[in-house]
Design a protein around this ligand. Structure first.
Ligand code: SF4
Length: 67
């Protein structure tokens, strides 16, 4: 599983980075971006939490085989 941020939707509120700074961080374009890593265990739990608190639904967590 990997996390993705839809930059067309992200309003850069900072909530994902605040809740899960080891996966989500600010990109050069003042949008959030997710680290390109396979998420398992505690990291996956944290990413799902960030997904749940994003106010605009910009975070998607999906199996990387489902492109
Ligand atoms: S929580 Fe959502 S809207 Fe806020 S910075 Fe993260 S991806 Fe963007």
């Amino acid at each position: 599983m990997k996390a993705f941020v839809n930059k067309n939707v992200c309003i850069f509120c900072g909530m994902c980075g605040g809740a899960c700074p080891n996966i989500f961080f600010a990109d050069y374009d003042s949008k959030s971006v997710a680290l390109d890593i396979e998420l398992t265990g505690e990291l996956l739990v944290m990413a799902r939490h960030a997904e749940s608190i994003c106010p605009v639904g910009a975070i998607v967590i999906k199996d990387v085989l489902q492109k």
